[in-house]
Design a protein around this ligand. Sequence first.
Ligand code: PEP
Ligand code: MG
Length: 755
Amino acid sequence: MYGALGGPRLLLRRLREVMAESISPQAQLDKIVTHIAANMVAEVCSVYVLRADGSLELYATEGLKPEAVHLTMLRSGEGLVGRIAETAEPLALADAHQHPSFLYRPETGEEIYSSFLGVPILRGGNTLGVLVVQNKARRTYSEEEVEALQTTAMLLAEMIASGQLQSLVPPGQDSALRRPLAIKGTPVADGVGLGRVVLHEPRIIVKQLISEDSKTELARLDTAIGALRDSIDRLIESGNIGPGEHRDVLETYRMFAHDRGWLRRLREAVSSGLTAEAAVERVQSDARAKLQRRTEPYLRERLHDLDDLANRLLHQLTGQDFVPEHANLPDHAIVIARTMGPAALLEYDRTKLRGLILEDGGAASHVAIVARALGIAMVGDVANIIDFVEPGDPCIIDGSTGDVHVRPPHDIEHAYAEKARLRAKRQEQYHKLRSVPAVTQDGVAVNLHMNAGLLVDLQHVEETGALSVGLFRTELQFMIAERFPRLDEQEELYRAALAMTGERPITFRTLDIGSDKVLPYMAQVQEENPALGWRAIRIGLDRPVLLRSQLRALLRAASGRPLRIMFPMVAMVEEFDRAKAMLARELLHQTRHNHLLPSKLELGVMVEVPSLLWQLDELCPKIDFLSVGSNDLIQYLFAADRDNKRVANRFDCLSTPALRALKLIVDKARLHGTDVALCGEMGGRPIEAMALLGLGYRAFSMSATAIGPIKAMTLALDLGKLETRMQEWLEDREIGVGSLRDRLLAFAREESIPL
Ligand code: PEP
Ligand code: MG
């Protein structure tokens, strides 16, 4: 029936004209509903806008009583309109009064209208309002009419999202789109950041919604889909899959790109008068609205895949390349992305970054390593956040709790600003301690070293007053690279690192890859239990070229200087012997080629596989130092995956079995006169480091941010007193194999030790 009046295309054009007129937003809306009603030959057309409190307010109407505008209010789920907002699905009824959700509002005078067609006003899958047409006569709305009204709703979505209607929002109220949001994700990197949202991948702005000619648009759509399919096929066939892209994900894309239903919906949207890119946006918004309301993780995963696919199609159609927002970064930026590789984060100007929020990617992701190294607050696993934010929105991130606040109310903002201020003050206090030696109250010196892996980490050595880099995770360079770093690239990094730390030595750990540390460019080996599989020194010994070239790069970088190397995941003394033999060959090679050797070479082994605990008598005489990798050691002791949320915190590292194992190592090292340090996360947590001091440890290597707190704890500690207590506790049959955590905490409280 609307065809007689020019159909949806003419309507959309009219509405565009109205939107461009310089009249008040209310006058625009009033004109818009009049045009829609006329075009659709309906007696009524009304626009309801969703408010922050979830209610729907009548913003404009043609046909209902004008006095109801800004008066009629429906709660979420209330009436037909509320139902549409809740389900985000259109509703077409020949006899609306018969519907169980029908709700009569006398002020509107709608009792005389029988038929009802309502569609959600959606943007990125979120409901912003509801658009309704009504007729007196009983009639069945056709699919084309539903489609046309949905297309029209897109224009209104644009109007609402652009803030054009903001002046109609009563003071003290927000439209739903601008409401404050509090979301919780996984805490990844410590820190509190207050700033403004920057989308890592800027949204593609579809400027032209309405097509001139559907045939041309259909042809454009077909060409773009063809190109999209080809590009996915090529990616899969070439095997040249970039970081973060996995073959099975691409296979899923391929499946979707051939999905008949998806293609049909796209074509229908074009037929209703949209340009090809507006059609993609429309169909994607509908899909998001549906899938977001489902809770099955599998479907949410699919939603991401569909989003990516739709984005790729939009890139094809608009010819816009994906350019991350590295340039023009505003001050106090909180960058939000679906996923991000470590290299991409490094491209941002660190001084302007206040935080990073990812939809995918938790504490174990590679970008997390970089975020921690840079000291940027990061929260991961924040589902769908991109749909709820606009660039420039005020945002707060708390990397220690995983809390994210978008458009925070004033009191929340105030509380966090206070928190950030306190943190800064504490940092300042720690900073003052940087040249104070870490000595306990009873005069025992404790050596505090720093963990690093990237050059950006090394700036913290000076800042924190760390004695040395006690663990340099060389795999990080490999993890953030696009391909295997060549020998000269490795050498360059090690040389630069040594130059940056000057007199302070660096303990380089050879490549610790495998398990969760995957190199995207290295062929994956399928393993049932990768943590127990082919990793670290095991790979190095099986692929001697890899380990030898790394050792060569280290020797060259350190020519004429002292060098410390340690090997990860050694489970048998014999593995150390083989690695050492490899090093001997490299030393020979260096001498033959007249390269200057390191002035001193010290070799160490990480104690992180329990089997080594009973080989220390054989191992210690062969090495210069031991470094306890408590992260892995505790995971293997309790057979509890360190990255598996279900089990990671099930066993306490302050329980007697763990402490006894740790004590055994320090006792043996002392017996053999071998240096020992602990470089796992335990050493960076005050209460745990305190327990380790009580066991006899005197050296720790930890993340830069932990050095201040550990030093403050050390300075306040009467170690003799703690040692006596711990000895009693460990021998106390009553305590048995329980955790000493509460006792240690009570001790710290009694002694006023800052934790
Ligand atoms: C450890 O296992 O404790 C350790 C320091 O090594 P990583 O965390 O790199 O495995
Ligand atoms: Mg380890």
